[in-house]
Design a protein around this ligand. Structure first.
Ligand SMILES: Cc1cc2nc3c(=O)[nH]c(=O)nc-3n(C[C@H](O)[C@H](O)[C@H](O)COP(=O)(O)O)c2cc1C
Length: 334
């Protein structure tokens, strides 16, 4: 086991706090596919390809989105300690294999927005429960759109009745394709259900209610053994806000930007008292993703679909120990 060392002029305890914040990011099936290398002058973020879900996410697109979300949390945590993070995405030879490096870019006094985002890091959760009828208002919607723009990405609001109906159809179609794929289902089962002591995966308490055939939105079934207190025949909810986080580029750079944007949107939603969950099936199934991309005009790259609204609280999911996330300090400092 590698111990947490100092980095960027921070004491080991501070570095541990920063990495704990990073690891609270959301990830597909709570797979936590990230590793960190600590060096005196930088923190490197690497993908943990062994934690990739090769059937669900064959291009590792969602793996990089998850790493982008961890990077955003890391930035927010550094700012909370007064460090201005200087981020290089895909640094190439400067840090071979890394998705990003973070260096110290001077001193920064945390502002109100940074403090609010930092408080939201441990409070944010994926909430699969039904949302209340009260909708997201224009001011809140604007704050979410701005959050994505600040991270060089785009938030598409699925606004019209026709677009909502179309999105429901795409989610359901992709969901049906995935239900027929035994490898995708095996990956889901490997990270769900009762797994005592596991530091990853989606435990039954976070699974939400058991999906029903008549649901308007096709949710993933994270706990097929559960009956939960779902009222048979009742529709899940009438009208969540549905958003598509899009990048301006296809490929790893766009995915890392969109992952940071996704996390800024989710944390901003948390600061507004809003809950969120994902509807990733139409992104994961390549043919449906291409269809969605065409419907968004062909230029934007859809990266993840979010469902946002007001709901009741849900428990936190587990995380791996920070020391399990560290790569050895084998490279010399540039
Ligand atoms: C790229 C991405 C895709 C996800 N897709 C789904 C999804 O389709 N359905 C779902 O219920 N949760 C989805 N999640 C949420 C994860 O399951 C969740 O982040 C993880 O279990 C950790 O829980 P937490 O978000 O409450 O910390 C996704 C998360 C990420 C980052």
């Amino acid at each position: 086991m590698t111990e947490v060392s100092s980095a960027l002029g921070l004491a080991p305890d501070q570095v541990r706090t920063v990495l704990e914040s990073a690891s609270l990011a959301p990830s597909v099936h709570n797979s936590q596919p990230w590793r960190f290398r600590l060096l005196p002058d930088r923190i490197e973020l690497h993908a943990d390809m062994e934690r990739g879900l090769t059937a669900t996410d064959p291009d590792a697109r969602e793996l990089r989105l998850s790493c982008g979300a961890a990077l955003f949390n890391l930035r927010v945590a550094l700012q909370g300690l007064g460090v201005r993070p200087l981020v290089t995405l895909l640094p190439g030879q400067a840090a071979p294999g890394a998705l990003a490096t973070v260096r110290r870019g001077g001193v920064l006094q945390p502002d109100d927005e940074n403090r609010a985002l930092l408080r939201a890091v441990p409070a944010r959760r994926t909430n699969r429960r039904p949302f209340f009828e009260s909708g997201v208002d224009g001011r809140q919607r604007h704050a979410l759109v701005r959050a994505a723009e600040l991270e060089r990405s785009w938030l598409h609001v699925v606004a019209t009745r026709e677009d909502v109906a179309r999105m429901k159809y795409l989610v359901r179609r992709a969901h049906q394709i995935q239900l027929g794929d035994p490898d995708v289902q095996a990956e889901l089962r490997s990270l769900t259900g009762h797994r005592p002591g596991a530091g990853d995966g989606v435990p039954p308490a976070s699974a939400g209610f058991r999906p029903q055939a008549q649901d308007e939105w096709a949710f993933r079934d994270f706990d097929p053994a559960a009956e939960h207190d779902r009222l048979p025949g009742k529709d899940y909810e009438s009208n969540p806000l549905v958003l598509v986080v899009c990048s301006h580029y296809d490929g790893p750079l766009g995915e890392l930007q969109a992952g940071q944007a996704m996390q800024r949107v989710l944390l901003t939603a948390t600061t507004l008292g809003l809950s969120a969950s994902f509807l990733s099936q139409p992104i994961e199934v390549r043919s449906v993703r291409e269809e969605l991309r065409r419907e968004l005009g062909g230029t934007l790259v859809p990266q993840t679909v979010l469902r946002i609204g007001f709901s009741s609280p849900v428990p936190a999911t587990p995380r791996r120990a920070v020391t399990d996330l560290l790569l050895a300090q084998t490279r010399s400092v540039n």
